[in-house]
Design a protein around this ligand. Structure first.
Ligand code: CO
Length: 138
């Protein structure tokens, strides 16, 4: 059966030392990173591991005061966000709103890898910063 509903696209983990974290996760996962990326709009550098159709993104801020920098200051290294891949981002945003979730991004915006994304406020989804990311249909 084709699964066209949301799936786990990636998780983001906030880290202080990106190189040390990348080496730890390389050994933990038994695979080298798939790619590195600077997401200027979010003020982060990322090392990304591909695990099947999912990814693990290690994130570190390159700008003081960026959201991940503030997160590290408040919470320390931790799981930062969970991203669901959806085929139709606007439909998923409408469904989230109807479900009582609060959108941080009222409109889709460009996120990592040039994808279209929108974030949901963690307080409205039981404490998890949640990202909706539009994936190609399959
Ligand atoms: Co993300």
């Amino acid at each position: 059966m084709d699964w066209t509903g949301p799936r786990i696209d990636h998780v983001g983990i906030a880290v202080r030392d990106l190189e040390a974290a990348a080496e730890r996760y390389r050994r933990l996962l038994g695979t080298p990173p798939a790619y590195r990326e600077r997401v200027a709009s979010d003020g982060v550098d990322a090392v990304v591991f591909a695990l099947g159709t999912s990814r693990v993104e290690l994130l570190t801020p390159f700008l003081d005061g960026s959201p991940v920098d503030r997160f590290l200051g408040k919470r320390g290294e931790a799981l930062h966000h969970l991203a669901y891949g959806v085929v139709d981002l606007r439909a998923a945003m409408a469904r989230a709103t109807a479900a009582g979730a609060e959108l941080i991004d009222a409109e889709p915006r460009v996120g990592s890898g040039g994808t279209l994304v929108a974030f949901l406020h963690p307080k409205s989804v039981h404490g998890v910063l949640t990202e909706l990311v539009q994936i190609d249909g399959h």
